[in-house]
Design a protein around this ligand. Structure first.
Ligand SMILES: [Zn+2]
Length: 98
C-alpha cells in the first residue's frame, strides 16, 4: 500500500465494531478497497469481509459487492445456513426489501 503507514492510534472502533480513521471517520476497509481498485467507491458499493472478521484487511478477505448482493450475503445466505428459513422464504423476503 506504499506511501502512508497506518498506525493503531490513527484508528478507532465504531459502535458497530468497524475500524474508522480518526481524522475523517472513513471506514478502514472502504479506504483499503479504494486503494486496491484505484478509484473511490460508489455509494451503492460495499466491501464484504469474506471471513467475517472486521479487522482482517488482507486483500483476499475483502470482496467488492453491490449493496443488494451484500444484503443477500448477510441476510439471505445466513438465514439459509442457520436453517431458519427455506431458500424460497428467504428469497421472497429479500425481494420484498428491494
Ligand atoms: Zn459483509
Amino acid at each position: 500500500m506504499g506511501e502512508s503507514k497506518i498506525y493503531k492510534s490513527d484508528i478507532y472502533i465504531d459502535k458497530r465494531g468497524y475500524p474508522r480513521f480518526r481524522d475523517n471517520n472513513k471506514l478502514v476497509h472502504r479506504v483499503v478497497m479504494e486503494k486496491i481498485i484505484g478509484r473511490p467507491l460508489r455509494e451503492d458499493e460495499r466491501v464484504h469481509h469474506i471471513d467475517g472478521d472486521k479487522m482482517n484487511f488482507r486483500r483476499r478477505n475483502l470482496q467488492l459487492v453491490s449493496k443488494k448482493d451484500h444484503f443477500k450475503i448477510h441476510v439471505v445466505d445466513k438465514q439459509i445456513k442457520d436453517k431458519k428459513v427455506s431458500f424460497w422464504q428467504s428469497l421472497n423476503k429479500f425481494l420484498d426489501k428491494l
